[in-house]
Ligand binder design. Sequence first.
Ligand SMILES: [Zn+2]
Length: 148
Amino acid sequence: MGNGVEFFKAIASGGAKCEYESVGEAKTVGGVKGKIVKRKDATETHSNLPQYAVTSDMYFRKNKDGVCQGRVYLDHKVTLDFDWSHEHVNNGTDGRHFKKGVVHVQIWQQKPDGTFTRISNGARLMNNAEMKKYGPLIKAFCPDVKFR
Ligand SMILES: [Zn+2]
């Protein structure tokens, strides 16, 4: 868990320097593995999630209400956010509104310089394939979450 080319070099050499640490045990549901992580310097509110994952398919974070966001990684890189921590409005696009407690999905893209950017104004509900694949693991970490 960390950032960029240096991170992968570090993994290759067996000495990745992690900015994040695990909270509790990993869970695997339906073949998808995830765990809660937090920044090492954070206290009870886990402010964000890493952009790279080593052995997990998803990382989750908690806020004062409990687990409130999950991030999906493909080829170790951030690719999707499932977020139910706040009300969300797609500003300047379709104006779509998502209630707190209902997952809104945002896509991450990697830019030519290697950094990542999240498309925050095009949030959508989870599609059926996402609910089938990731839904059971999300529910395992947050039983009250809603997908619709
Ligand atoms: Zn949002």
